[in-house]
Design a protein around this ligand. Structure first.
Ligand SMILES: [Zn+2]
Length: 280
């Protein structure tokens, strides 16, 4: 395995500097007032990371970025392969093809689908993954006979996934994507909705494309050690994840999945599951 090259690391430094400048430039980021999850106007300063201050909702405990990035900032952050390389290298993954490198990664995700009964009784089901990156989890489900589709806003990563794995990946932000209504059994998302501007807008769209008996499975990181991760706009806790799901689903379950990663670092993680779409 090779470490990211000097060129790649210099490029990352330059990108981060530009992101920081854009965040400070009027018109490139918008100010958030009120809790994006429960709507409460009672918020308090929580932390200041390299780019922005973070606020905490007094009512539901949700922590969120006080500024939301515009398209220019998002494109700098997620526009090419450097994001994938940086993210996956830390997990011991260097190539987009099914191999031993991926066992821990896909095993954890397919494992939670299995344990929560979302793979069904063996009959093919229809899965959608939000922020599917290169699509390896979808590929694994496809190999097990399921019908799969995903979206990924990063054009280079989604193109690589289509090419290498043959998975149906749409290059778009989920909220902007036109999909058939009431057609999926499971909508899932791993470590993605903490990056989106509005988790509620994402849920509005999830419940449109799910069948009435369908299920959503969301994994998010949690814990204050995440505050310095400047890609994250949302820092969920059990309560805020629960509130988000129960506004849209009849049955809500939150599972603490904190674990030790590839490098031996403790990672806080929550699974949120919503079953049966609420009638509206
Ligand atoms: Zn709140």
């Amino acid at each position: 395995m090779t470490a990211p090259s000097l060129f790649s690391r210099l490029k990352t430094c330059a990108l981060l500097r530009n992101v920081r400048i854009l965040y400070m430039t009027p018109g490139f980021a918008t100010r958030v007032t009120g809790c994006p999850i429960c709507g409460s106007s009672q918020t308090a300063f929580e932390y200041k990371n390299r780019y922005v201050p973070l606020d905490r909702c007094v009512a539901c405990g949700h922590v969120f970025s006080r500024k939301l990035p515009g398209k220019r900032i998002l494109n700098l952050m997620y526009g090419d392969m450097h994001y994938w390389t940086k993210d996956k290298f830390h997990q011991g993954i260097t190539e987009i093809r099914p191999s031993e490198q991926w066992q821990g990664f896909t095993g954890a995700r397919v494992g939670i689908l299995e344990r929560t009964g979302l793979l069904g009784d063996g009959a093919p089901r229809k899965f959608f993954e939000i922020g599917c990156s290169e699509g390896m989890v979808l590929h694994e489900l496809h190999m097990r006979g399921h019908e799969v589709m995903g979206c990924e806003m990063n054009p280079e990563i989604s193109e690589e996934g289509r090419k290498q794995l043959g998975v149906d990946i749409r290059t778009a932000m989920f909220e902007d994507l036109e999909l058939p209504r009431a057609s999926f059994d499971v909508v899932m998302s791993f470590h993605t909705i903490e990056h989106v501007k509005s988790p509620r807008a994402v849920f509005e769209h999830i419940v449109q494309i799910l069948r009435p008996e369908g299920t959503v499975l969301i994994e998010v990181p949690c814990g204050p050690e995440e505050y310095n991760n400047t890609d994250h706009l949302h820092f969920f806790c059990e309560e805020s994840l629960k509130r988000l799901i129960q506004d849209y689903f009849e049955e809500t379950e939150v599972i603490d999945n904190s674990y030790t990663n590839f490098e031996g670092v403790q990672i806080g993680s929550l699974y949120g599951i919503g079953r049966r779409v609420k009638a509206r």
